[in-house]
Design a protein around this ligand. Structure first.
Ligand code: FAD
Length: 279
């Protein structure tokens, strides 16, 4: 089975929440395997993430809340897991997270994502399907790819079922990462995370923070469009459609779309790729 999923971040206002429900309805017609909802490390979006999770469940779709562990106690993480279990959630995206600066918490009782995966398995057995993060271009704190692969494999060995990658614009880094992981004896699916190119200034800011490389030729081409946002979007759609095709043709088992809470960019990619629609 192919894995096609879509990510949201929780809305900040009631109006934003209503808009997001409408986006979820529209994207739901594509038939994604699940929607995931991001979480602010240290619990900073706890209630808003929970609200969006409930909204998506109420629309009748499968949902995977993101859950981070850095800075939290086992009790805090365990309470939220139990709540998700009681709501009928069956999938979790298990992450370490990054504490916002000045939050004043230590690493907590679960310092790495592998510790969280182990904790979820100890507490809830096989109830949850567990997704973890992968970084084909290396996590910014990893000294080298060997260490990246070693810590990734530790998450699979702790009980993760599948992984979603940080976004990237170069298919070779994905294939190289998957080869290294397979050579290390790990066979869980690694789903490429796909970031549509919409707001380029925001994309540059995110990419600098999370260590995703925007190739020079993309930067140059976008710069040449100046304020012409229509040309930027058309170019972005072409580039990302081609990337997705390369990934699927090369054996990627699915795609995870970072929707940025917009329906159109993901709908356009889904259509360009000829992906199946909901039955
Ligand atoms: P880990 O897998 O624990 O790795 C973190 C770093 O520590 C890596 O460099 C790793 O190599 C290293 N490491 C791991 N284990 C050890 C060890 N035992 N000893 C020494 N070093 C070790 N962040 C949020 O706050 N909220 C979200 O909702 C969110 N969603 C995300 C979704 C996806 C698909 C991805 C790819 C990332 C997401 N993030 C989110 C970002 C993520 O939380 C950060 O990148 C964070 O810095 C690392 O989280 P991780 O789960 O990859 O951590």
């Amino acid at each position: 089975m192919s894995h096609f999923s879509i990510e949201f971040f929780p809305a900040k206002t009631d109006v934003g929440a209503e808009k997001l429900r409408e986006v979820a309805r529209r994207l739901g017609t594509l038939g994604p395997e699940f929607f995931s909802v991001t979480y602010g490390a240290g619990g900073s979006t706890r209630d808003r993430t929970l609200g969006t999770v409930k909204d998506v469940l109420a629309l009748g779709y499968d949902v995977a809340p993101h859950l981070s562990c850095i800075g939290d106690s086992k009790e805090e993480v365990g309470d939220l897991l139990d709540l998700y279990h009681s709501l009928g959630v069956k999938r979790i995206v298990a992450l370490r997270g990054d504490l916002p600066s000045g939050m004043g918490r230590g690493l907590g009782e679960l310092p790495f994502a592998a510790d969280l995966v182990r904790f979820i398995r100890e507490r809830h057995g096989d109830h949850f399907t567990i997704e973890v993060a992968a970084y084909p271009e290396s996590h910014p704190q990893s000294p080298d790819l060997a260490s990246e692969v070693k810590h990734f494999v530790a998450k699979a060995n702790a009980g993760a079922n599948s992984a979603i990658t940080q976004y990237f614009f170069n298919a070779d880094c994905y294939f190289h990462f998957v080869e290294r992981v397979r050579a290390a004896g790990c066979d869980i699916p690694v789903i490429p995370g796909i970031m549509p190119i919409t707001n380029f200034a925001n994309l540059v800011r995110f990419s600098d923070a999370c260590g995703a490389e925007i190739p020079r030729w993309i930067r140059k081409q976008v710069a040449s469009f100046g304020d012409d946002s229509v040309s930027i979007q058309q170019f972005g759609e072409e580039v990302i459609t081609r990337l997705c095709r390369q990934l699927l043709d090369g054996g990627a088992p699915g795609l995870h779309f970072y929707s940025m809470n917009l329906a159109e960019p993901t709908q356009a990619l889904w259509k360009n790729l000829g992906l199946p629609l909901a039955q």
